[in-house]
Design a binder for this molecule. Structure first.
Ligand SMILES: [Mg+2]
Length: 192
């Protein structure tokens, strides 16, 4: 049961994801979370560094799709800025938005990774669909009050995953022990 909450991989930020390594694993599509993954939750524009990362991923042959629980107009604006399709009001971890993303990407689950900052939405949803899940540290500490409450439970889950040996020492340390080194936002960064 606990394993469904365990990511396949962990990176401090999107910039630390080994894109070439993913390609070697046969992954050619990524479903990207938006808030606190590509950009800070309280921003309206994607930072230039994140735009560059998206373009690099495209150049390396990845098909991309955003799946966000955020509302339509903001997600649509970012989708247009980045030139990638997006699903808003996704209600992750429900399977439906991930199925829709796979349809958009025209790829089977085994060729798609989910990248996100939350265990109970991104990792759980991706694992339920047998996608390759990559957990990253949130870009900003600023979050919705409900998310902050969920983080407390998430922290306990991460501790248990580590104790049971599902999560590496390195991932555990980077997630709970050190601030995010260089997130896409220049705002407050780090651990929660
Ligand atoms: Mg997020």
């Amino acid at each position: 049961m606990l394993q469904i909450l365990c990511p396949n991989d962990f990176a401090q930020s999107i910039f630390d994801i080994d894109l070439d390594g993913l390609r070697k694993l046969g992954i050619s599509g990524m479903i990207l979370d938006l808030d606190n993954t590509l950009m800070a939750w309280d921003r309206d524009e994607v930072p230039a560094k994140a735009v560059k990362w998206v373009n690099t991923a495209k150049e390396k042959g990845f098909s991309l799709c955003i799946a966000s629980n955020a509302t339509g107009s903001r997600v649509a604006h970012i989708s247009e800025t980045l030139g990638i399709p997006a699903i808003s009001k996704a209600v992750k971890p429900r399977k439906k938005p991930f199925r829709k993303a796979l349809e958009i990407l025209k790829l089977p689950p085994e060729q798609v990774a989910v990248v996100g900052d939350q265990v109970f939405t991104d990792v759980l949803g991706g694992n339920r669909m047998q996608l390759y899940t990559i957990l990253i540290n949130p870009v900003s500490r600023k979050e919705l009050r409900t998310t902050r409450m969920v983080r407390r439970v998430e922290r306990r889950v991460i501790q248990r995953l580590h104790r049971k040996g599902y999560l590496s020492d390195r991932a555990f340390r980077l997630r709970l022990g050190e601030p995010c080194a260089d997130g896409p936002s220049s705002g407050k960064q780090g651990r929660y």
